[in-house]
Design a protein around this ligand. Structure first.
Ligand code: NDP
Length: 249
């Protein structure tokens, strides 16, 4: 198993892409703590499923937008498992709307949940990782970081911010054997995209060169690669996993 002896934190692990990441890391032998916000039932169900398979997994309720809660999560994991080798900043939300009608709360909710959360968790893990001289940080971006999608100024700004943070932090940590990368998904079938897929799924598929929507496993496979020892010479990058959506042409 590729991640035997490693410990990981995954934010937003109860559903969708995060859930698939938790499953993938645990299957490769990592001990995985995942954060969820409110969906305790889904979190408990994932813990039961993985424990049945003899995996070590921990569900922690926390709001990723709070730096105190990020510190609490990291402290709890280090007290239990002594270290954090892998951090996957996956939690995210959308609150779409045209800027003309977007109130400050709608802006702030997305920026704090999607972007400030990445600062919160990186800040909480970075010193222990530096002391251990090992780390893998993977941040969930989106193709929206470079698309000019109407109605997503808050979301695109948060994801563009994540990509900038990823590059800067990669430079700061490279000499300590810590890599920092992003994964930028295209259209993935999760709760986040249910409405848009129901409304225009066939139309969207036509625009994707691979002619299908992505599955959470398409993303967790890329995360698994970046989390493993073999990716040690890749840092500061954003890998698009989008079925060719951003190729143009
Ligand atoms: P989902 O809506 O399916 O799941 C979101 C997850 O984030 C849930 O586990 C949720 O917890 C958690 N979460 C949300 N807000 C908070 C918070 N404040 N504190 C703690 N946890 C929180 O999303 P996806 O799986 O679709 O998306 C995962 C990531 O991938 C996001 O960053 C998203 O922006 C990105 N992405 C997704 C794409 C897609 O097509 N689906 C495309 C591009 C990027 P709970 O279950 O408790 O609510």
């Amino acid at each position: 198993m590729k991640l035997s002896g490693r410990t990981a934190i995954v934010t937003g692990g109860s559903r969708g892409i995060g859930r698939s990441i938790v499953q993938a890391l645990a299957k490769e032998g990592a001990k995985v703590a995942f954060v969820y916000r409110s969906n305790k039932e889904a979190a408990d169900q994932l813990v039961s499923e993985l424990e049945l398979d003899q995996r070590e997994v921990l569900a922690i309720q926390a709001d990723v937008a709070s730096s105190e809660e990020a510190d609490r999560v990291v402290k709890e994991v280090i007290e239990k498992w002594e270290k954090v080798d892998i951090l996957v900043n996956n939690a995210g939300i959308i609150r779409d709307g045209l800027l003309a009608t977007m109130g400050p709360e709608q802006w702030q909710d997305v920026i704090t949940t999607n972007l400030t959360s990445v600062y919160n968790f990186c800040h909480a893990v970075v010193r222990p990782m530096m002391s251990a001289r090992y780390g893998r940080i993977i941040n969930m971006s989106s193709v929206a970081a470079e698309f000019g999608n109407s109605g997503q100024v808050n979301y695109a700004a948060s994801k563009g911010g994540i990509e900038g943070l990823t590059r800067c932090l990669a430079g700061e940590l490279a000499r300590r054997n810590i890599t920092v990368n992003a994964v930028a998904p295209g259209f993935i079938e999760t709760d986040m995209t249910t409405d848009v897929v129901n409304a225009a799924g066939d139309q969207i598929k036509k625009q994707i060169p691979c002619k299908r929507l992505g599955l959470p496993e398409d993303i967790s496979n890329a995360v698994l690669f970046l989390a493993a020892d073999e990716s040690s010479y890749i840092t500061g990058q954003s890998i698009k996993v989008d079925g060719g959506l951003t190729l143009g042409g």
